[in-house]
Design a protein around this ligand. Sequence first.
Ligand code: LLP
Length: 414
Amino acid sequence: MGFEYKNGELYVENLKVRDIVKDVKTPAYIYSKKHFQEQFEKFNKAFTREHCVSFAIKANSNLSVIKTFAELGSGADIVSKGELFRALKAGIDPSKIVFSGVAKTDDEIEYAIENGIMMMNLESLDELYAVDRVAKKLNKKGRIAFRVNPDVDPKTHPYISTGLKKNKFGIPYEEAFDAYMQAKNLDNIEIYGIQFHIGSQLLDSTPIYDASVKVAELMRKLQDSGIELKAIDVGGGLGIVYNKKEDNPPSVETYAKQIEDAFKEFPNALLVLEPGRFLVGNGGIMVTKVVYHKTNGKKNFIIVDAGMNDLIRPSLYGAFQEIQPITQKGNKKIVCDIVGPICETGDFLARDYEIEDTENGQYLAVFSSGAYGFTMASNYNSRPKAVEVMVDNDAYKIIRKRESLEDLIKGETL
Ligand code: LLP
């Protein structure tokens, strides 16, 4: 879907990647609008009860990408004032926005309340008191949910696992009931929902089911004490295929059914979903140019013009992302490290990777770069950020210009 080789030539929808990079140069992020739309429809259709899909925009927060989802009726899961600003600019309906994160400041809380978002998902009592205080000042009510930490092992990379007791996220399951009781006593708080998010790139749907069952149990207890929740937000996390030989995520239908089964005794609550990676991950590639080859001792290196500042997932998580030449010539295969220009040993896109050898000046595509690719990019080593391009059928549009040298020093003084 979206990206396909035809006679050894990589296409995005109906455009040759080679033709795009000839114009826009590298490194370049290239997205398929159709892929985004199809993933959204697939996800949306899998749920049968009343629900709201709120795209986790940290995965890809380009305005045009957010707008693509807004046009399909998507909401947004945001984690900062900056993300809320982007979501509103891109046309997301505020009543479909949920606000995650452990450290919401007064300023962010005020911006969220003023803009009438659906709810703020709170992660501590300190945060509850802050919302109460800010809401009072505004003479409004702060609509809240608590993010409950269900202590379920999501069986994913430790850096992206969030629902264990040892993680900083959420309110411990055992303390959540009392937190709601506290909230009930505050004048400027409207208790609206409950939320959990156990981790990202989940390749097994059992942990999400187990967490849902635990949260449903807590909801029963709250109901018995007179607290009816209007929204159940199950976070994001559904995994995608990065490695065709190894990754076998559950189908979105299985994922949806397990969640709906766990919460069937609360049919009137709105189910909120916060998918990020599922919607955009496989809808983007990062294209980079081979600049040099070299061999040190026994190791072969392909040196490219994109580094860990452009795409950090391989360096940070040891994440696997498939890499292929955009024009396959049938050259002999080599085993090599594909490395960037940054002055760090950890600057690689792949290690001990088997790939058809590609001459200097040719291009490689790093697949599955639509999520947590550009959004995690930095200017390390004073490298301007890459261009972002969106393809729609047989046309492409630059949706973020490559940064210039002047952009690099913007706001600095001599
Ligand atoms: N909701 C909350 C509260 C989250 O913290 C996240 C992701 C999501 C939703 C979306 O999760 P998704 O559906 O995309 O798995 N940078 C890492 C991933 C970090 C995920 C952080 N939270 C990576 O590149 O793998």
